[in-house]
Design a protein. Sequence first.
Lengths: 501, 196
Amino acid sequence: MTLTEAPPQPAPSAEPASEPVAGGSILTTADHRRLGRLYIGFALLFLLAGGIVGGLLQVELAGSGVQVTGNAFARLFSFHATVTPLLFLAPLWVGVATAVVPGQIGARDLAFPRLQAFALWSYVVGGGVVVAAYIVGSPRGAGLTLSVPVRVAGASSTATDLWIAGLAVVSIAALVAAVNLLATIVTLRADGMPFSSLPLFSWATFATAAVLVVAIPTFLGGLLLLYLDQHFGGSFFAVGTRGTQQVWQHLLWLFGRPEVYLLTLPGLAVASEIVETQTGRPLVNRNVAMGALGGFAILSLGAWAAGASASTAVVLPTYSALTALVAAPAGVLVLLWLGTLREGRPKPNVTLFYVVAWLLLVLFGVANTIIAAAAKVNAGTAWSTGHLHVVVLGAPVLLGFAAVHHYAPRIWGRALHQGMGGLEVLLLLGGFLVMGLADYLLGYDGAPWHVADLINPKSSWLALEKLGTAGAALVLLGTLVFVANVARTVAGGRGAEEVSA
Amino acid sequence: MSDATLALPAGPETRKSDVLTVATTVAGIAGFMVIVGLFAAYLEVRALAPVWPAKKVSLDNYLGTTLTLTMLMSSVTAEWAVQAMKIGNRRHALTALALTPGFGLAFLNLVWYLVTKVGFGPGSHPYGALFYAFIAATVVNVAVGMGFLIVALLRTFGHQVGPGNTSVARAAAAYWHVVTAGWVLTFVALYVFQHR
């Protein structure tokens, strides 16, 4: 007698849309794995563009005197602050989810494969329009990290119109992808797979997409108002108009603040799966992990109420608690990982090194948050730059790259090179730590942020800026090694480990 | 012992919703959230502006009410189409599916008339920016909904939709109801809350 375990059966394909769609050329493909690969490829291209510009800004600060004049600096700064989070990190997660989620839930394909292709190319075109806006001129939006949308109210500017249009197209693309992933997870799960049995990454993708469906449209409403105001020469967002600054904060932040956390949420799920894989055992309490991931998603919306500082917070009595609460689910997950690692026998693997690096970087950020609170550091100093680079960019980047390593066999059919992966971890962790340390120390000493050059700098400031530049160079180098590793795997280079997808 | 292959019993079958209905409902919620965001912005600016609405701005309640009634009637016809399809009454389904985008077209025509008569532009004052943002979001929602309804109409006309397969019509109607809800919220902002 032979006893076999019945594998999960793919969902019945009553809907024509659930039939797998054959490859074709890159432009016409609707195959979810190829779309995922293309998403990852384009996201890495935008990362290189944003990273190189960020490096230039750091070099400018490290040298005495102004090499990049005010307007050019503002343009480059806005480019770096807009492109890196919106055109790299978010699409990277969409790409990984597009390639991995259908397989994880036992579906043959996405619910609407061609819709995902539409979302991909909309993202590419929208991203291209955003980049074109910076080539044409200086958009009046000072990036998405500031609470004031425009510096000058008045006549229309082609660059600003392009910037708004590009961001709108990218946002719509993200919304379409989120709707598609939601519909896939809700309706195309294998028979016998309830929500409680979803793989953690698919569950996190579901939670992320659900929050985005609520958050992105409000941002689109804000962009629509900004476009009408800018294009028709209105005064809606002018400094003198009462109430409208808060409107921008509400509409931007209901998307922007959760987005900061949502860039990490899928990574937390990937890290959980990595711990499970490398220890060869399930998490010590999987249901708690699912609850923590869901809680992280819901609580991320509450962060909208926070301001850059207590004096500008939208909802003063509650914002601190709401923002701090988001840390609780992440802490629970870390405890679950540690418990699982303690019970299992973890195998040394580059993906696990990435998770450890993420933990070290987050602890570094948390320690500096406590120090800053005790030292009463102002939010408008270089400390904030350091925090953005360590917690908002650095930590999710580590988890994003860990995800690509972890799922590479499913995405490309081959694993990424372990040795190169180890080098990536060292360079990226070292780079983010050095860059963050330099900015944190500058902030403690009162150095301003968002400036083209430090006016009357202390001698220690220039030394710290040079240290920060060295950190940025390490990060850029680590990114290049990662890109080379992916390119090597895509090309099927010698030694690339063949794994059946 | 026999060499028969034994399989572990499959897990309980999971109840799953129709793909199109789920996706359309989620997309409808997203469209509605644009209006909700603008509604919140409207209340904020309305509360803090020194003058509200702007000077010489007065929207005609008659036109606003007509627009609202048009959308409400279109929601009724959309639901009529779904119910007719369920019981296999093809003639009624086709009539209702043709009437609904017709109402949508009438709505867009009235909106165009409203825009030509209001006497201010998006850049005139903060009220103007909000007014046109509401109108633009509604027009996009209505246009998408009309496209969806026309697809449902053509598929019904081509016998691809019937009593056993109403998902396209069901999804199109669900989206249209959300569009109507979005307009009702817009009506509340622009007409009911027109003055402080």
